[in-house]
Design a protein around this ligand. Structure first.
Ligand code: PLP
Length: 403
């Protein structure tokens, strides 16, 4: 693997040790580490132009507002959206999905259905349950096969004239399954349903183009994309967002307020009540710049090579069972080890500096479907290396000596 593809030096945290071992960070599906550029941009904001955005009569506020709107344009460009008005800043994927679910409440009636899949993260399940409770609509889930893929026959059987919205993950956070979202969005549209894509696990790995996908909504989090926590984005088609009522009331989302009534601000501000996460937006925008200047196709090929190396080496260890066997997989491996609990192996790996995640990964229905209570999950990012795979394998072999 060529050296110019080693970007780990951009990420200061990766240089630390854990339990006297070099850190092997394989929890990138939970959150990615941050490059110097992002950390510096946030610090620079607080040291040089911290101010509240919009409407202030002073220089700092102008600079903060310009930086925040520049960040919005960068998110728009990364997603291939047509217009910055289609990018709403939220707290992250979870809030993006909650925003859509809250705002669509009036559109759904008893007899309508929302179609999801059994592989969704809880944040792409629970907001729809709550929407169904409010509206009287029904939540339906397409089954997942033993391979960890959406059962397409079941999906198409459950997609009907009653379906008003389809919501599904671009990439499964628990198994890494890359879903055929473009075809499923098309199928939803053919039935007259809207389509929301949960892109939390996709944007750090794939080139997402919301116009090519033709999704109505796309949600993701900055912190899984080399940016800060506490901020993310919702892309929505402008025509839809224009029609949708606001999600929260407060400052900035208004045009005019009397005691009795309010007219709302234009997009995207109609959906951004209150002081936004300005420092977060600055860091988010810088993360988008960082991603765009990387040789992403080459890095992605390298990341895929690492994934397959790790998969094949794990499969060679007697007693290791890979959970899910999807044909198209992105950077995540879930596995179990005979003779011990996933959590115990997580602790034993941590003792060797290997950071993985264990448990249900906020996907309890998927775990139930696959007949497991949880898994050990190793998830890769663009900065991981063959050495990380080697330490994961050595770590698993050593941990197995304890059981
Ligand atoms: N959807 C998926 C597929 C995820 O992996 C996650 C986080 O792990 C989320 C949604 C929720 O993201 P956040 O906690 O950043 O809102």
């Amino acid at each position: 693997m060529a050296n110019h593809l080693d970007i780990s030096g951009d990420f200061p945290l990766l240089a630390r040790t854990v339990n006297d071992a070099p850190l092997t960070y394989l929890d990138n599906a939970a959150t990615t580490q941050k490059p110097h550029a992002v950390i510096d941009a946030i610090r620079h904001y607080y040291e040089h132009y911290n101010a509240n955005v919009h409407r202030a009569a002073h220089r700092l506020a102008d600079e903060a507002t310009a930086a925040m709107e520049a960040a919005r344009t960068k998110v728009k460009d990364l997603l291939g959206a047509a217009d910055s008005r289609e990018i709403i800043f939220t707290r992250g994927t979870t809030e993006s999905i909650n925003l859509v679910a809250a705002s669509l409440t009036e559109r759904l009636k008893p007899g309508d259905e929302v179609l999801i899949t059994e592989m969704e993260h809880h944040s792409n399940i629970v907001p729809w349950q709550m929407l169904c409770q409010r509206s009287g609509a029904r939540l339906v889930a397409a089954r997942v096969t033993v391979h960890g893929e959406i059962d397409l026959d079941d999906f198409h059987a459950k997609l009907s004239q009653r379906t008003k919205l389809v919501a599904l993950a671009h990439v499964s956070n628990a198994l890494g399954t890359l879903n055929p979202v473009e075809a499923l969005i098309q199928a939803a549209h053919d039935r007259g349903a809207l389509a929301l894509i949960d892109g939390a696990q996709a944007v750090q790995h794939l080139d997402v183009d919301v116009r090519r996908l033709d999704c109505d909504f796309y949600a993701f989090s900055a912190h899984k994309t080399f940016g800060p926590t506490g901020i993310g984005a919702l892309y929505g088609k402008a025509a839809l967002l224009e029609e949708m009522p606001p999600y929260q009331g407060g400052g900035e989302m208004i045009e005019h307020v009397t005691i009795d009534t309010t007219t709302y601000n234009q997009l995207p501000y109609k959906f951004e009540a209150g002081t936004p996460n300005i420092a977060g937006a600055v860091g988010f925008g810088t993360a988008m710049d960082y991603l765009r200047q990387l040789p992403r196709p080459e890095l992605r090929r390298r990341e895929q090579a690492l994934l397959h190396l790790a998969l094949s080496r794990l499969k060679q260890i007697p007693g290791v069972r890979i959970i899910g066997d999807p044909q198209e997989r992105s950077s995540i491996i879930s596995f179990l080890i005979d003779g011990g609990h996933a959590h115990d192996f997580g602790t034993l790996l941590d003792q060797q500096g290997v950071a993985v995640r264990t448990g249900h990964h906020c996907a309890m229905p998927l775990m139930e479907r696959l007949g497991v209570s949880g898994t050990i999950r190793a998830s890769f990012a663009l900065y991981n290396s063959e050495a990380d795979v080697g330490r994961l394998i050595a770590g698993v072999e050593k941990a197995m000596e304890f059981v």
